[in-house]
Design a binder for this molecule. Structure first.
Ligand code: SF4
Ligand code: SF4
Length: 98
């Protein structure tokens, strides 16, 4: 596992696009990511030790908080966050299941 200090330096150096830069992308897909907080590493450890979902979301509309929160208004339903989540805590579900 990467040292916490190194992890923070890497994350702080990353440049992200502005929320809403591509318009209201929330209507692009009927599938949305749902986080199972019982499986999420940062929630379980109460520490900023993962946040891969925040890092890889192309929008970026997942907060780097504990727990991570998703802004569905701009989520395009690409599923990248679900793919990169190490413990598979994110599942893509129909919007009605949120
Ligand atoms: S990638 Fe998965 S485990 Fe990591 S912070 Fe996001 S939801 Fe939690
Ligand atoms: S599916 Fe996940 S990675 Fe894709 S836009 Fe929505 S929150 Fe971001």
């Amino acid at each position: 596992m990467v040292d916490q200090k190194v992890h923070e330096i890497i994350l702080a150096s990353i440049q992200k696009p502005v929320v809403g830069e591509a318009g209201k992308t929330g209507s692009w897909s009927r599938f949305k990511p749902k986080i199972d907080l019982d499986k999420c590493t940062v929630v379980k450890m109460n520490k900023d030790v993962c946040h891969f979902c925040w890092l890889y979301c192309p929008e970026p509309i997942i907060s780097r908080t504990i727990p991570p929160k998703i802004n569905y208004e701009y989520c395009k339903g690409c599923g990248i966050c679900a793919e990169v989540c190490p413990p598979k805590a994110i599942k893509m579900v129909e919007e009605s299941e949120l």
